[in-house]
Design a protein around this ligand. Structure first.
Ligand SMILES: Cc1ncc(COP(=O)(O)O)c(C=O)c1O
Length: 414
């Protein structure tokens, strides 16, 4: 049985008192908290094995290299990649998407199209817009419905033989809407296009299998799945990485750099996968922390993680309905959705509401959540977002609802 109270014991930060109240952390879509095992793993690395990797022959460097490579293998198994060669460590989801844009995407040209959606985080819009200015291809946007779900009719119309790449989020970071990646993959591949999946809000929260999904690229961040900040992942099918040009150049990503006297030139060949895409000294400690985070999630079971968040979300939606002044957005309760609820309260700005909640120790996000086009589409100036994870409980939801009730009563009396 999945027990969030048992899970909470592993998270030292959850014992904090904030503004006189026990901390309630509902900003998990922005970043997650870290269990003791992840904190210990990173501390252990610096205390016992710290060295650079893939360079020296000494013992510490060998140890650090082994741990770093093991982290690639652990992540590869977690998402069911063919092998560690398909797992490139980057800084975060944003860098992973930019890596696809500036390695694979540079081959795009006028007449080509990239299809993305109005529900994307800015990091899956801005790189494509920036690159399209350079390479003169078109970026097309699939519309969303009023409940935040993707408009599949529009998707079918927009994906054509001109489409070279479809870039879509697995789970919306605003509404929690879950996209049917298998169906989108089928459509993209029937049109000889590739599929990039933004897994920032899915990999931490549900079972994700790149083969079952049919993803050619998958981007996600370690810090949203119990790992440290500064470590993220780009998964790509091996052949795409083999034929792709590197994006960053320097040490460790090369096999050979030789000066050819006759030609007065340096000839360069790339290192094998995935190191070809990991130039310079990487975030070794971050990778080790991420490996521990993956192991923690695996022990819990991703199916259990998903069901816990789903049940909590359904409960929270039901409780929020008790307050007339609250409007929630996103798919209805009968539809599968991730553990994210955006809402507004009549008569109060979302930042002010978030500040009030903070005074009671409740951390939520307010604003546009790096998804301005989606807010525009839903007719929202901004929203408050409560996002859940493995350590959140019904009791915490009850406390938030109590505070919201007090706020709405207070507003009525004004
Ligand atoms: C769906 C989605 N994509 C991309 C990102 C960007 O992640 P990062 O800031 O870790 O690069 C986020 C972060 O909130 C997100 O929710």
């Amino acid at each position: 049985m999945f027990d969030p109270y048992r899970v909470r014991e592993d998270f030292p930060i959850l014992r904090r008192i904030v503004n006189g109240y026990p901390l309630i952390y509902f900003d998990n879509a922005a970043t997650s908290q870290k269990p003791r095992s992840v904190i210990e793993a990173t501390k252990d690395f610096y205390e016992k094995s710290n060295a650079n990797i893939h360079r020296a022959v000494h013992t510490l460097s060998q140890e650090a290299t082994e741990l770093y490579e093991e982290a690639h293998e652990e992540v590869a198994r977690f998402i069911n990649a063919e092998g560690y060669e398909e797992v490139v460590f980057v800084k975060n989801t944003t860098e992973a998407i930019n890596l696809v844009a500036y390695s694979w995407g540079l081959r795009l040209e006028s007449g080509n199209e990239v299809v993305t959606t109005l529900m994307e985080h800015h990091s899956n819009i801005v790189p494509w817009e920036a690159l399209s200015k350079l390479k003169k291809f078109k970026v097309k946007y699939v519309d969303v419905n009023g409940d935040g779900t993707l408009n599949y009719e529009k998707l079918e119309q927009l994906i054509t033989k001109r489409t070279r790449l479809v870039c879509v989020t697995h789970v919306s970071n605003v509404t929690g809407a879950i996209n049917d990646i298998k169906a989108i993959s089928k459509l993209a591949h029937e049109n000889d296009a590739l599929l990039l999946v933004d897994g920032a809000q899915s990999v931490p929260h549900m079972p994700v299998d790149v083969k079952k999904l049919g993803a050619d690229f998958l981007a996600f961040s370690g810090h949203k799945m119990l790992g440290p900040t500064g470590i993220g992942v780009l998964y790509a099918r091996r052949e795409l990485l083999e034929e792709g040009e590197p994006f960053l150049f320097g040490g460790d990503m090369i096999k050979d750099v030789s000066y050819v006297q006759d030609e007065e030139k340096v000839r360069i060949s790339w290192n094998k996968l995935p190191w070809k895409f990991e130039a310079g000294t990487p975030n070794v400690c971050g990778a080790i922390g991420l490996m521990e985070a993956v192991r923690y999630l695996k022990r819990l079971g991703m199916e259990n993680v998903y069901m816990h968040e789903r049940n909590l979300t359904l409960y929270a939606l039901e409780r929020l309905e008790e307050i007339n002044e609250i409007n929630t957005y996103g798919p209805g309760r009968e539809t599968e959705r991730g553990g994210i609820i955006p809402f507004t309260m009549t008569g109060i700005d979302s930042h002010d509401l978030a500040l009030l909640l903070d005074q009671f120790g409740i951390m939520v996000r307010s604003g546009l959540h790096c998804a301005q086009p989606l807010h525009q589409r839903l007719g929202l100036k901004s929203s408050v977002r409560a996002s859940f994870y493995i350590y959140n409980t019904r009791e915490e939801v009850d406390r938030m609802v109590d505070v919201l009730k007090e706020v709405s009563e207070g507003l009525k009396r004004r």
